[in-house]
Design a protein around this ligand. Structure first.
Ligand code: NOJ
Length: 537
C-alpha cells in the first residue's frame, strides 16, 4: 500500500533528548552510561514519546564531552560497549522507541587517527582531510575567524608550520568537507549505524560544514553587545551557511532514504528565513532543521505569536515544522521563563503544529543548577569565564528519586544535583496528580489522541496583552489553545473559543471537563486546551 507523507513517524512523533552523561549511572563512576539508559527506557516510553536522541556516545577524549569524536564507530568505554549499544537499540525498539544518534561530522577530535596523520606532514595523504593554511605575512592567523569557544579559530602547529581551523575547541579540528574522501568516510559512518538499525541522526552544527573557498575575513558585527561572548564580535558570513552545504545535506539525505523510515535532523542556529533553506531544494535536505526560535525569544504572548507566524509563513510548501524548548547548550526552560510559565511553555510545545523535541528533565521542571567556579566542567565556560555562557547548569543529573544522588548514581555525580532534587524528582512528581510531570504526561496523551493536535492546521486567533490564542483544525474538528503568559487572571470571550465546548486540559490539571459557558476565565500563568468532547480520531 502506498504510504503518504502523513505516515512518516517523525511527523506525528515526539522526540526526547537524553544527555547520556547525566541520565543514569550503573557502574558507580558518577557518569551516566548506556546500561543506565536501558534501565530507564521504560520511564521514557511511559511518557508516551516516540524517539530518543542520544548526545554523542562515541570514543572521545571528552574535551567537549563527546562532541570531539576519536572513533565514529566505537562506543566510549565510559558509556559501555558496542554490546551495550546493541542491547539498548533492541530494548528501545522493543518498547516502540526509535533511536537517533548524534553525528558530529564538522569536526573530529584532535586524537582521531585521521587528524594524527593529517598533522604529521604537509604531504601526508590525510593532510587535506582538515583545513590547513599558512599564516598571514606577519605570522598572524590566516584570517579573522573566531572560535565559538573563545580566541582565534586557527591553531598554529609547530610540526608543519601551518595553522589548522577549528570552529570550536582546538581539540576539535574541522574536517574539510570540500574533500570527497572526507564525505565518503563520514557517509560510511552513517551507513554503519543505519545498518545496525538506528532510526536517524541529529547532525551537529550542520550549517558549519562548508566554509568559504577563499577564506575571506568575516565582517565585524555592528550589533555586538559588550558582555556577550567574544566570537559574536564578528559575523560568520564566510565561515558558515555557505550555499554548497546544501549539496552535502542532500547527499546525507540520499543515504538515509536508502534505508527507509529514517530521519535527518539538522542542528542550525540561524534566523528563520535562512533556517528554512535547510529543508533543501524540493525538500531533499533535512526533514527536521531544528527550530530553536523558542530558545531565545522574549517570553511574551506577542513575541511568541509573532515568531510562530513568521515560522509558519517561511516554511516551504510541504515542509514539516518542528519546535524545541530546551537542549544541552541552552539554559533550562524552567529558569528562562520561570517555574509557573514552564507549564504554559509545555502546553505550547505540545500543541503547536510540528514535531516537538523535549529535553530530559524539562518534564520535571528541572532548573538551571548554579555551578561554583571550582565545579565548572564545560570548556566554553572555562575559556570564556564569568559571563554566563556555561552549559553545565542545564546538564545536571536526572532527578529520579529522593535517595542520595537522586537515584542517578551511587557515587558523587560528575556535576552537582539541583538542591531541589529531594522533592522535584520522578517518584514524587508521579505521585502528585497535579505536578508538571503529570501535565507532560497528559499533554502527550492528548496529542496522541487528537489528530487535530498533530496534523491540524495552525490558525492564529487575534488576542491582546498576555493572551496567546490559536486553533488547530482538521476538517470539521478543531481544538483551541488558550495561553496566559502573564501573572494576572484574564478573561476570554467564548466567541473566541467556541460556545458549548469543554476544557480538555488546564495546565493546573484541575478543571478538565469544565463546560465553557459565557466567558472563559484563566488564572495567572494558566493555559487551557478547549475542544468538543472526545470523539473518534
Ligand atoms: C553543538 C553541540 O550541541 C555542542 O554541545 C557542542 O559543543 C558544539 N556543537 C561543538 O560540537
Amino acid at each position: 500500500m502506498a504510504s503518504t507523507q502523513q505516515d512518516d513517524w517523525w511527523r506525528h512523533g515526539i522526540f526526547y533528548q537524553v544527555y547520556p552523561r547525566s541520565f543514569q549511572d550503573t557502574d558507580g563512576d558518577g557518569v551516566g552510561d548506556l546500561r543506565g539508559i536501558i534501565q530507564r527506557l521504560p520511564y521514557v516510553a511511559s511518557l508516551g514519546v516516540d524517539a530518543i536522541w542520544l548526545s554523542p556516545i562515541f570514543t572521545s577524549p571528552m574535551a567537549d564531552f563527546g562532541y570531539d569524536v576519536a572513533d565514529y564507530t566505537g562506543i566510549d568505554p565510559l558509556f559501555g560497549t558496542m554490546d551495550d549499544f546493541d542491547a539498548l537499540l533492541e530494548a528501545a525498539h522493543g518498547l516502540g522507541l526509535k533511536v537517533i544518534l548524534d553525528l558530529v561530522p564538522n569536526h573530529s577530535s584532535d586524537a582521531h587517527p585521521w587528524f594524527v596523520e593529517s598533522r604529521r606532514s604537509r604531504d601526508d595523504p590525510k593532510r587535506d582531510w582538515y583545513i590547513w593554511r599558512d599564516g598571514a605575512a606577519n605570522g598572524a592567523p590566516p584570517n579573522n575567524w573566531l572560535s565559538e569557544f573563545g580566541g582565534s579559530a586557527w591553531e598554529y602547529d609547530e610540526t608543519t608550520g601551518q595553522y589548522y581551523y577549528h570552529a570550536f575547541l582546538k581539540e576539535q579540528p574541522d574536517l574539510n568537507w570540500r574533500n570527497p574522501a572526507v564525505r565518503e568516510a563520514i557517509y560510511d559512518v552513517m551507513r554503519f549505524w543505519l545498518t545496525k538499525g538506528v532510526d536517524g541522526f541529529r547532525v551537529d552544527v550542520i550549517w558549519h560544514l562548508i566554509k568559504d573557498l577563499d577564506f575571506r575575513d568575516n565582517p565585524p558585527n555592528p550589533h555586538y553587545v559588550e558582555g556577550r561572548p567574544p566570537h559574536e564580535k564578528i559575523l560568520t558570513q564566510y565561515s558558515t551557511d555557505q550555499p554548497e552545504v546544501h549539496e552535502v545535506i542532500a547527499e546525507m539525505r540520499d543515504i538515509i532514504d536508502r534505508y527507509g523510515g529514517r530521519v535527518l535532523i539538522g542542528e542550525i542556529y540561524l534566523p528563520l528565513q535562512r533556517l528554512v533553506a535547510y529543508y533543501g531544494n524540493d525538500l531533499r535536505g533535512a526533514q527536521m532543521p531544528f527550530n530553536f526560535a523558542l530558545l531565545s525569544t522574549l517570553w511574551s504572548a506577542r513575541s511568541v505569536e509573532r515568531l510562530i507566524g513568521e515560522y509558519e509563513a517561511a516554511l516551504p510548501p510541504g515542509a514539516w515544522p518542528n519546535w524545541v524548548l530546551g537542549n544541552h547548550d541552552r539554559p533550562r526552560v524552567a529558569s528562562r521563563v520561570g517555574r509557573e510559565q514552564a507549564r504554559v511553555a509545555a502546553m505550547l510545545l505540545l500543541t503547536l503544529r510540528g514535531t516537538p523535541t523535549l529535553y530530559y528533565g524539562d518534564e520535571l521542571g528541572m532548573v538551571q543548577v548554579p555551578i561554583a567556579p571550582g565545579q565548572v566542567r564545560d570548556p566554553f565556560e572555562k575559556n570564556v569565564p564569568g559571563i554566563g555562557v556555561g552549559r553545565d547548569g542545564c546538564r545536571t543529573p536526572m532527578q529520579w528519586d529522593a535517595t542520595e544522588h537522586a537515584g542517578f548514581s551511587t557515587a558523587r555525580p560528575w556535576l552537582p544535583l539541583s538542591i531541589d532534587s529531594a522533592h522535584e524528582n520522578v517518584v514524587n512528581l508521579d505521585a502528585d496528580t497535579r505536578s508538571i510531570l503529570s501535565l507532560y504526561r497528559m499533554l502527550i496523551a492528548l496529542r496522541k489522541k487528537r489528530t487535530e493536535l498533530v496534523l491540524g492546521t495552525y490558525e492564529p486567533i487575534a488576542a491582546q496583552s498576555d493572551l496567546l490564542l490559536f486553533c488547530r483544525r482538521v476538517d470539521d474538528k478543531s481544538i483551541t489553545i488558550v495561553l496566559n503568559f502573564g501573572a494576572e487572571p484574564i478573561s476570554v470571550t467564548s466567541s473566541s473559543v467556541g460556545f458549548g465546548r469543554k476544557i480538555l486540559l488546564s495546565t493546573f490539571l484541575d478543571r478538565d471537563g469544565e463546560l465553557i459557558d459565557g466567558a472563559l476565565d484563566l488564572r495567572g500563568h494558566e493555559g487551557v486546551i478547549v475542544g468538543a468532547d472526545d470523539h473518534a480520531g
